[in-house]
Design a protein around this ligand. Structure first.
Ligand code: ADP
Length: 496
């Protein structure tokens, strides 16, 4: 029997101590992993992960402390008051749930990590001392206040860094190596905290028989049992986390596939819509002209006496317009069949004259004065006649409509062509309403229109036609009023 007042010298069971370190590292790894799951889930799943994660982590932290205590051998028999041990377990679960909750929040400011660290530190440090107070033996514990304070500081510092590390890792799934490294760091911090607490305690033999009611003694087998259960729980937590992550990845893939399908559908619908719009736009213009010419022919015929010559002219114009409409349809069919445009050598000046002739009725109706300066001497380009006619016709009709929208001032449309060594440049200039800065940026977008019955496809189609021919189409404001649309086309090979 050891005389009362003797300081008891304890010794550590290296096997159990090693296992306690393993538990510390495994708990830390599980904590980092589970933190990611708590963050990734919402609602009921968030609550479930928070609860189960806290219990698993709580078991880990508590078991690490308790097994480390069991690995410490004193020369007197020791048993434990199970109520205090249970309380220490609840403290561990509470500290874990606080940690997981904080880590799952949107932000982890320094202040929040500090506040959380202090709260957790004050939770984890007593856990250790509670386990000591649970000891029932013929000895009493005396604490070195300096070292106790240090163990609390350790607990706070550990909790602070654990929060920050876990917050950092919560979103990363790939960096397993860094996660393991951090788990080792956190595990060592937990051990440092525990063994500082042990160093702060001196056991003095008391000679007083302990109160053994409500107390249990834990055999080596029991200790190993605790360790195995703990590792199993932590393993289970990691496995659930893995399954949850797989499930999330699958759900993500599914959502991605669905989004892609929807996108493809929208894209197809949009291009069909665009196509329908452009067909309507391209066909409507010649059809409108047919109606105009045919009405003019009827008017000439209704005259007393009928003016047959004018009527013939208007009817011929109607036939020409109809032919153009059917050519447009043929071109669109070719486009749908993915046929390449009919490229040939063209005199661009001639195409301009044709387009002006096509717009003749509108020009006359709106009393627009046309000035053309087709001075490009070598204006041969390689292109599709119908497509280029469409572009010019579109620019001319737009210019006429712009001029028609103003009541006073000159009503002019000027078309010029010039050449340099590599390109032919055409400009269509009007004294119409002109364009604001905002319009300059947007008029080439499909469906952009300021007209009541406009479709807003003409310019976007024109630009794609010109670009398809290797040229460029742009617009500038005209001073004091109006707009200048210009495009370039590369000269045909061998053109002067
Ligand atoms: P739409 O003629 O059906 O509106 P466009 O693509 O041809 O479609 O033209 C788009 C818009 O660009 C027009 O609604 C008009 O606001 C503007 N715009 C085009 N040409 C001119 C012009 N010469 N002067 C002023 N605005 C123009």
């Amino acid at each position: 029997m050891i005389p009362a007042g003797t300081t008891l010298t304890g010794s550590y069971d290296p096997f159990i101590v090693t296992l306690s370190v393993v538990i510390a590292v495994a708990s830390s790894y599980a904590a980092l992993d589970v933190a990611g799951r708590v963050t990734a889930n919402k609602g009921g799943r968030f609550a479930a992960w928070l609860t189960c994660g806290s219990v698993a982590m709580g078991i880990g932290i508590w078991s690490m402390h308790f097994t480390a205590m069991l690995g410490f051998k004193l020369p007197v028999p020791v048993s434990y008051d199970w109520r205090t041990v249970l309380q220490s377990f609840f403290v561990a679960v509470l500290a874990s749930s606080l940690a997981l909750y904080l880590v799952s929040r949107k932000k982890m400011s320094r202040a929040r990590a500090m506040g959380g660290g202090v709260m957790m530190g004050f939770g984890i440090a007593p856990l250790h001392y509670m386990d000591m107070l649970a000891m029932r033996m013929r000895a009493e514990c005396r604490f070195n206040s300096m070292l106790v304070a240090m163990s609390v500081v350790f607990a706070i510092a550990f909790s602070y860094s654990a929060l920050r590390i876990a917050f950092y890792f919560r979103d990363t799934t790939t960096e397993a190596r860094r996660k393991i490294g951090s788990a080792f760091f956190m595990g060592s911090a937990i051990c440092a905290m525990h063994y500082t607490g042990m160093a702060a305690t001196t056991f003095i033999a008391s000679g007083v028989e302990p109160d053994l009611t409500q107390s249990v003694s834990v055999s080596v087998l029991g200790t190993i049992g605790i360790i195995i259960v703990t590792l199993l729980v932590l393993g289970l937590a990691l496995l659930s986390s893995l399954v949850d992550r797989r499930y999330e990845a699958q759900a993500f893939q599914l959502a991605l596939a669905q989004a892609n399908m929807e996108l493809a559908y929208v894209g197809r619908a949009a291009s069909l819509g665009e196509l329908a719009m452009s067909i309507a736009h391209e066909i409507n213009q010649p059809l409108g002209a047919v109606v105009n010419s045919a009405s003019a022919a009827l008017r000439w015929l209704a005259n007393e006496p009928p003016n047959l010559q004018e009527a013939r002219g208007a009817a011929t114009q109607a036939v020409r317009e109809s032919n153009r409409a059917s050519e447009v349809i043929a071109r669109i069919r070719a486009l749908l069949k993915k046929e390449t445009p009919r490229m040939g050598r063209l005199d661009l000046n001639e195409v301009i004259r044709e387009a002006l002739a096509l717009a003749g009725n509108e020009i006359a109706k709106c009393r627009v004065v046309v000035k053309s300066d087709l001075s490009a001497t070598a204006s041969t380009v390689s292109g599709d006649r119908v497509q280029l006619q469409q572009v010019l016709f579109n620019l001319i009709i737009n210019a006429i409509e712009a001029v028609n929208a103003v009541k006073d001032g000159p009503r002019e449309l000027r078309i010029t062509s010039t050449t340099d060594s590599s390109v032919v440049q055409v400009s269509v200039e009007d004294t119409g309403v002109g364009l604001g800065q905002e319009d300059l940026d947007r008029i080439f977008h499909p469906f952009y229109t300021t007209k009541r019955d406009g479709i807003g496809m003409g310019l976007s189609i024109s630009r794609s036609i010109i670009e398809g021919h290797g040229g460029q189409l742009w617009v500038v404001s005209r001073s004091p009023r109006g707009a200048i649309f210009q495009f370039t086309l590369p000269k045909a090979d061998g053109a002067e």
